[in-house]
Design a protein around this ligand. Sequence first.
Ligand code: ADP
Ligand code: MG
Length: 243
Amino acid sequence: MDNVNTVSVAVNDLTIQYNSLKVIDGLNLSIQRGEFLVLLGPSGCGKSTLLNSIAGLMDIMDGEIWISGRNVTWAQPKDRGIAMVFQSYALYPHMTVSENLSFGLRVSGLPKGEIKERVAEAARLLQIESLMNRKPSELSGGQRQRVAIGRALVRKVDVFLFDEPLSNLDAKLRNELRVELKKLHLALGNTMIYVTHDQVEAMTLADRIAVMKGGIIQQLGSPEEIYQYPSNQFVAGFIGSPI
Ligand code: ADP
Ligand code: MG
């Protein structure tokens, strides 16, 4: 049994089904505090469903979700201590970058000085200081995704959830932002759960990778372990292990 003080997110015996289709089937996963955990698998294997269930955006059939030592299975998304970044940027189009970053904090009633500090820090970390007065329509795709990541950062939560945040970007921007995300993780030390179908992203970002297929984790391990010792044919094929 893992030490509860070092566990950030625990998923216990989770089952989720759409109509009669079981999409997540009795899944268990324990993520350490400060860990960069990548959920990797082909389209339709249940990555987003699992991530959304951690975020509180799914009806679950059976099982429990624990975050930072609390059973949040029935908690609202805003009460889970998580922030999420989606593939589509979902910025508010009528607000400036600065307003996009501060909006959630203003709604939650945080003091103005604190909001200003957090927004400035996120802008600095993501190098978007020069864009603060622009509207989303005046930004490139990469810049928009930086703002979307910034909007999660200002929340100062323990756990960040990313659902294919780089999939809409071209290869060059994807590589750039991938490097930045890794730096950000080193600087912040938060727990990050990151969904992707891209093996290279998984191998370069993850402390551990959970390889999924058909709503089941096929293998959980470090990039090196999974690459060198794939536990089955599927994992070997998907990761591209030399077997
Ligand atoms: P991934 O993120 O790995 O691509 P998803 O979690 O989005 O996979 O989907 C897992 C499975 O659940 C797929 O078979 C998908 O078709 C199905 N699914 C997802 N959302 C719904 C929904 N709202 N209603 C019915 N089936 C769904
Ligand atoms: Mg998905």
